[in-house]
Design a protein around this ligand. Structure first.
Ligand code: SF4
Length: 240
């Protein structure tokens, strides 16, 4: 009872209020205009759907030991569905892998109400609004960074999996770490940081982003991706 009260007070409530704040954010004029225009104009196959058209908060298990950080919402993916990696090709590669690894109860991710549940994992992004050409500017990423910082502080993950170099650079910035190189499969240990309010050592794993550009060209294969989640699980269990 006491522990569940602490969990509500220090994790569920702050996470919920952070997510409410994110959803209402309008700090980046270029992105606000774009995400809302995409939601208004829509893509033909989704014309009868109501697009989310707002910043996309993180989602998953609030007790997760593993935090996954992506780039930003796809214009017709999570900008449409309102949930990270949901309804686009990147998610179509990610969630089957998470299902195989035991982090997701199903491989499909089509809408917020599709029954998907994550276990021991929370998925978030470097930027919360769909960017033009999939490229948020450095200023926009900096503006959005405090949300990711607060998420990491609330969740206190043991493992962070960075999907792509932009997510990796963002995490290095948050932890004020330098001289680490992004390479698919690279694994680093980050020491507790008073600055980032991280209370214990954490494992940082790099992966190529599961974008179509990477998966269709074979830069990121199913086997390579499965290895990432195996490594994440090993790291999460390491010190127990
Ligand atoms: S990208 Fe982040 S900071 Fe910018 S408007 Fe969206 S939620 Fe706000």
């Amino acid at each position: 009872m006491f522990l569940s009260g602490l969990f509500t007070e220090f994790i569920l409530k702050p996470l919920d209020s952070l997510n409410q704040e994110i959803i209402q954010c309008r700090k980046c004029p270029r992105l606000v205009e774009w995400r809302e225009e995409v939601a208004r104009v829509k893509r033909k196959p989704y014309r009868d759907q109501e697009y989310w058209g707002k910043p996309v908060p993180g989602f998953g298990d609030p007790q997760a030991r593993i935090l996954v950080v992506g780039l930003a919402p796809g214009a017709h993916g999570s900008n449409r569905t309102g949930r990270q990696f949901t309804g686009d090709a990147s998610g179509g590669f990610l969630f089957p892998a998470l299902h195989r690894a035991g982090f997701a109860n199903q491989a499909e991710a089509e809408s917020k109400n599709d029954g998907l549940v994550l276990k021991d994992m929370y998925i978030t992004a470097s930027g919360r609004c769909a960017p033009l050409d999939n490229k948020p500017t450095p200023v926009e990423l900096n503006t959005c960074q405090p949300y990711l910082e607060r998420e990491a502080q609330i969740l206190q993950p043991k493992v962070i999996v960075c999907l792509g170099k932009i997510a990796f650079d963002r995490i290095l910035k948050i932890f004020a770490v330098r001289n680490l190189k992004f390479a698919h499969g690279a694994l680093y240990s980050i020491h507790p940081s008073r600055e980032a309010l991280i209370l214990h050592p954490l494992h940082l794993i790099c992966s190529y982003h599961p974008s179509q550009q990477n998966t269709l060209t074979g830069k990121l294969t199913v086997e390579m991706f499965d290895e990432i989640w195996k490594k994440a699980k090993e790291c999460a269990n390491k010190d127990e």
